[in-house]
Ligand binder design. Structure first.
Ligand SMILES: Nc1nc2c(ncn2[C@@H]2O[C@H](COP(=O)(O)OP(=O)(O)OP(=O)(O)O)[C@@H](O)[C@H]2O)c(=O)[nH]1
Ligand SMILES: [Zn+2]
Length: 186
């Protein structure tokens, strides 16, 4: 389904009324429009897929490739509040096929710009790289702070959630250790 901006505008206007605000006052009159436009941007992943980004090219390289500290911003599906932090992506190419480094970050965006669970997003990124790149192995680690745990509910600022998805040969102990060392070492 296409992104329905007008429907979001109507819904946001309803929320403004429901919380006791005046949707016609100057500061708020364009807010439904702004929020709809914002959702279109930060939830753009629903209309995107790794296929739109993954350009493969041949390179005789069969060692590990890591792009680390990729900033991520997503929305938790339970509260629609942001969670944000860093993603680290490591893969070992198969068939001497690699992709542009920026494309790994683009895949992170495809899955983070949706209503998500951190665990699911981590798996989806790893599966996409494994499958589309025909990689021999993949490790994805995401460390994030969830605003739903910070500004409401249990209110635990400073807590981080770390998730990992490890596929293929990356599951072998020495390879896994090498990836972790390269990701964590500065
Ligand atoms: N596993 C997982 N849980 C998440 C994620 N984002 C938010 N949550 C949790 O989803 C749960 C939803 O729990 P509920 O009890 O249905 O909602 P709630 O009453 O608002 O829960 P509290 O946050 O404990 O107040 C909470 O424990 C959140 O911390 C995520 O990415 N992964
Ligand atoms: Zn939440």
């Amino acid at each position: 389904m296409a992104f329905d901006r007008e429907r979001i505008e109507r819904a946001v206007r309803e929320i403004l009324i429901a919380i006791g605000e005046d949707p016609e006052r100057e500061g708020l009159k364009d807010t439904p429009k702004r929020v709809a436009k914002m959702y279109e941007e930060i939830l753009a992943g629903y209309h995107d897929s790794p296929d739109n980004h993954l350009v493969l090219f041949s390179e005789k390289y069969d060692e590990m490739i890591i792009v680390k500290d990729i900033p991520i911003y997503s929305l938790c599906e339970h509260h629609m509040l942001p969670f944000f932090g860093k993603a680290h992506v490591a893969y070992i190419p198969g068939d001497n096929k690699v992709t542009g480094l920026s494309k790994l970050a683009r895949i992170v965006d495809v899955y983070s710009k949706r209503l998500q669970l951190q665990e699911r997003m981590t798996e989806q990124i790893a599966d996409a790289i494994m499958e589309k790149l025909k990689a021999k192995g993949v490790m994805v680690i995401i460390e994030a702070q969830h605003l739903c745990m910070i500004m409401r509910g249990v209110k635990k600022p400073g807590s981080y959630t770390v998730t990992s998805a490890v596929k293929g040969v990356m599951r072998n102990e020495p390879t896994r250790m090498e990836a972790l060392f390269l990701i964590k070492g500065r």
